[in-house]
Design a protein around this ligand. Sequence first.
Ligand SMILES: Cc1cc2nc3c(=O)[nH]c(=O)nc-3n(C[C@H](O)[C@H](O)[C@H](O)COP(=O)(O)OP(=O)(O)OC[C@H]3O[C@@H](n4cnc5c(N)ncnc54)[C@H](O)[C@@H]3O)c2cc1C
Length: 443
Amino acid sequence: MKRRRPRIVIIGAGFAGYECARRLSRQAGRAAEIVLLNPNDYFLYVPLLPEVATGILEPRRISVSLTGTLPGVHLVLGTAHDLDLDARQVHYTDPEGRAGSLSYDRLVLTVGSVNKLLPVPGVAEHAHGFRGMPEALFLRDHLTRQTELAGAAEDPEERSARTTFVVVGAGYTGTEVTAQGVRFTEALARQNTGLRHGPRPRWLLLDIADRLLPELDERLSRTAERVLRARGVDIRTGTSVKEATADGVLLDDGEFIATRSLLWCVGVRPDPLVESLGLPTDKGRLCVDAFLNVPGRPEVFACGDAAAVPDLTRPGEVTPMTAQHAQRQGKAVARNVAASCGRGTPRAYRHHDLGFMVDLGGIQAAANPLRIPLSGPLAGLVTRGYHLMAMPDNRVRVAADWLLDAVLPRQGVQLGLVSSWSVPLDTASPEVARVPGGAQGGG
Ligand SMILES: Cc1cc2nc3c(=O)[nH]c(=O)nc-3n(C[C@H](O)[C@H](O)[C@H](O)COP(=O)(O)OP(=O)(O)OC[C@H]3O[C@@H](n4cnc5c(N)ncnc54)[C@H](O)[C@@H]3O)c2cc1C
């Protein structure tokens, strides 16, 4: 009797899942059936999302086709909502709301993370997060719309509120969104007759920490702060939000900022699917060993943002939630899964951080590749070069958009395809998970 090929099911096609599927399809070839379960048919290159939100890149540039670039991998469109580890079954809902299930011999859990919420009154209702494509498309329209409404408003207070943008969280997401956002709204305001004589767009970047980019090297913080201040950004460190309303935000020092735009970039937490497994977690991330294997479950592996992977280069710590680690862990997990099926030998995950790049828009960036601190145009060049190399596809299209942006004005039009209600801050709530193609995870 012909032996059935082992079926490897990968849940989530982000940095870790995509890389795992790509490696496995090369390593395991026809010896295994590789199934990739993801809500969308694309891998999202998240680090360039702020450029989509601010009109530099068109959305499909950073959306890499899964079927087009992963030959031999069977794509199943759907969102997993229940894993039966004893029966080795994954239960999911497809984009048309139909239920489905997949059995597996090996499972790789790479579901990434979702927006982190804090219990601040009004934030869930009035703030928007920044984690996936729907949020980026919403934000691009929103910034354009607010600028246009401000240009048409008679009331100076309304004009001022509509041209005030508040970003909470000065990690790399909040810092990049602010850096790109201020350039975008300045460009929109210049094109708007009603705003020729002011007010200028005003951006505030708040963080409870005492510096920007608190999780990164201090030299990157200093560069980012210098660039943002030169663009007129009002940076408030040691500050947080006490309450959000439809008309503005109340800060913890008692100041009220009138605004229609509150962007919540306070960080991410692992996808709640992980918590639902009832297995040991570390700050919500699934505990795995250095081989990316779930202890006591030799057939289950996990990595990326969703897993607490021991950092062998910093004993006692887990690897940070970055694309750099997720992508390399995807490669490592593919090797170890193949080894568990009898192909090759397993290897513990070990990776020394290669540094970080924060794109500040224009020709500016703050970067420390291989721990060498860079700023200005050189950092900008290195950052863009790195992104082009790291993207699995669409490089020419991305480079072409960058070139066009350098010589042409930004396009100030809103298409209105993504409405505010469809991008709530709590992307992990059951209501959103039920919306077909909802903003779950990389959305
Ligand atoms: C705006 C922004 C900028 C960033 N910039 C950088 C940067 O410059 N450098 C850097 O190193 N890191 C950066 N990061 C962090 C980086 O993007 C993450 O660490 C990385 O994406 C984690 O990869 P992952 O594979 O674990 O998860 P993800 O890339 O988030 O992928 C998870 C995948 O799982 C899918 N999924 C989720 N739930 C389910 C489910 N229930 N069923 C099926 N599929 C599911 C999602 O749709 C998604 O496709 C940035 C993040 C953001 C938000």
